[in-house]
Every structure is written in C-alpha cells, then in structure tokens.
Ligand binder design. Structure first.
Ligand SMILES: [Zn+2]
Length: 336
C-alpha cells in the first residue's frame, strides 16, 4: 500500500484511488464535541412541536414517556404526499410536482445517547416502526423508491442530538440506486447469481475485510471503499427487503448494527456518520421478479471523517487514504 492502488467496485462500477499520503484529508473529530442545539424537540413532552404522529410505538420500558418511537411528517418536507405527479415536458426538459413523502422517525425518547447504547430490543423496535412505514408507503403505486437515511452529528447534517431517521418516498428511482440495481441485474443475467451473495461468500472466505460476523449478518469494509472506514452490513441470506422475515431478522440486524456502531464510536471517537438502507425499488411491475432475484438489501454506514471533493461528486472518483483491510482489522480489534 506504500504507493497506493486503484481498485474497482463491482457494485457501483467505480474506481477508487487508495492514496495513503492523503491521510491529512481525514478529519479527526467527534460528533459529541460539535455545537449542540439548546432545544431537543424530540423528547417526550414536546410532541406538539413536531406535529401529529403518523405512527407511534409504545413500550412498557417507557411508561412515563408513553412511547418508544414515533413517526411524523417532516416539518419542512422535501416531498409532499398530497400532490399529483403532474409530469410535463418543456422542450428538452422534464418536470413534475414534488410528489412523495417525507417523514421523521424518532427512534427513542432518550436524548443525547448514541444509537449503539440503546438495547437490542430498543434498536429492533426502531427498525420495526421503519419497516411498518415502508409497508404502508409502498402501497401508493405512484412511489418508486422508499429511502431510509440517518445522519448523526452536525458534520453529517444531523440537526438535533437525538437518534432519528428520515424516510422519503420518491416518484422515481434515485440514480445511484438505479446504477447499483442495473449492475446487479447485468451480473445476474450473465451468471444467474446475485452479485452480493457472491460478494458475501468471497468476503467470508477471505476474512480480511470483515468487521464482525453474526449468524445471519456480516459487516464488512468494502473492497473498494469510497470513504475511510466505510462499512456495509449485509444479510447472509438473499432477500430484497428486511421485512421478508421480520421478527427474527429485525433482532439479528439490531444486534450487528449495535455492535458495528459501538466499534465506530469507541474506535473513531464518536464520529459523525450517515447510514443508508439499500432496498429494492417498489412498484416495479413486470421487472419486480428479475429485480428480486438480482438485488440484495444492505445497509451502508459512512463515517463523515473525510473531505469530499469535486472529483467525488462531479467525476465519481473517490480518493481514500485507508485500505479497507486496515480499517476492518482496526475495527475488529475494538472491544465494545
Ligand atoms: Zn443475494
């Protein structure tokens, strides 16, 4: 690695430059030390500040607060559920209304705790309410993709020091998702196998990029990680969405997510981070069967510790100073 290397990511079909001398582009910071907002509107007792709930989970653990997680419409939504599509052409250009949905999931009544410090049951409960919302939103045939993201820490765009995720329903398939899906479909058509199933087999065999492995899930630093300490959590069993085997899978997923995030918090000094679920698109019509066979759901975790330059967001060329083998070994050795 002394001179660096170029590696190709088969899932996104991009090349990543591994350049150890670029280590100065890594920001060593802690989300816990970032400026905090004085007011946390997501704690029990402040429900009127956020608008009415779409869904609420209660749990005996939280008898005083009355809820364990809740979902409500975003105050300043990116997309709005009540609009019609109203697609139009303007010469070369296309437009449509802001049709969609934008919801906020508050995953715990507790303020100022790290997600991994919640219990497995609490994390599984938060995942369950997200799955319930996905099941509901996918019934609207105007939607094509349900995105679930989490941004923790100000450097990641997290505005409040409280664990929450955002769900967005889009009337189109986001381009990065489309690209991944197309690459998986192409692989499946050529080999009649799922690219990610093959990737998991190889990673479990190689073991050099594994962060942790459980019965049904594995966490790895991808071969061509775009960012330092980037992690993918994958179910070992092929599946298009987590909800295919809800109870068992949700608890198993909560366990590995808790362990992986604890390793990041302890090892990297509570970095800001983003998580992104990658699911199959919804309402795919005649494509649904092929997509189900070819695509394999997963979660990406991106610690927000490196500078993203124009080369990355304009040219799609990522420069990473940290080899995934080094990142995975470091995280494997962290004792939670
Ligand atoms: Zn698969």
């Amino acid at each position: 690695m002394k001179d660096g290397i170029l590696r190709r990511d088969p899932l996104n079909k991009i090349w990543v430059v591994f350049a150890p001398e670029k280590v100065k582009t890594v920001i060593v910071g802690s989300s816990e030390n970032e400026a905090k907002f004085d007011f946390d509107p997501f704690v029990p007792g402040c429900e009127t500040a956020t608008g009415p709930d779409i869904l609420r989970s209660s749990d005996p653990l939280y008898s005083q607060g009355g809820w364990s997680s809740r979902v409500f419409p975003a105050k300043n939504p990116v997309l709005k559920v009540e609009n019609d599509k109203n697609g139009r052409g303007h010469g070369l250009y296309d437009s449509m209304s802001r049709l969609g949905a934008h919801e906020v999931v508050v995953e715990t009544p507790k303020s100022g705790v790290s997600f991994d410090q919640l219990s497995v049951e609490e994390i599984a409960g938060a995942i369950k309410i997200i799955l319930d919302r996905i099941s509901d939103l996918r019934r609207d045939i105007r939607f094509r993709y349900i995105s679930v993201t989490k941004n923790k820490g100000l450097s990641a765009g997290g505005m409040i020091d409280h664990n929450y995720s955002e769900i967005k329903a889009y009337p189109f398939i986001p381009p990065f998702v489309r690209n991944k899906l197309d690459n998986c479909l192409e692989y499946y058509k050529a080999k009649e196998r799922c690219l990610l199933c093959d990737m998991i087999d190889q990673e479990i065999s190689d073991r050099t990029r594994i962060v942790c492995e459980h019965d049904s899930f594995v966490a790895i630093c991808p071969y061509a990680s775009r960012f330092p300490f980037e992690i993918m959590i994958l179910p070992k069993k092929h599946g298009r969405v987590l909800s295919e085997n809800p109870a068992q899978a949700t608890v198993g997923f909560a366990k590995i997510l808790k362990q992986t995030l604890a390793k990041l918090r302890i090892g990297l000094n509570s970095p800001a981070y983003s998580t992104v679920f990658h699911y199959l698109p919804v309402n795919s019509g005649s494509e649904a069967e092929a997509e189900s066979a070819a695509y394999h759901w997963h979660l990406e975790i991106i610690p927000r510790i490196s500078v993203v330059t124009a080369d990355s967001f304009e040219n799609g060329v990522f420069v990473n100073p940290t080899l995934p083998e080094d990142a995975a070994e470091f995280l494997r050795n962290i004792r939670e």
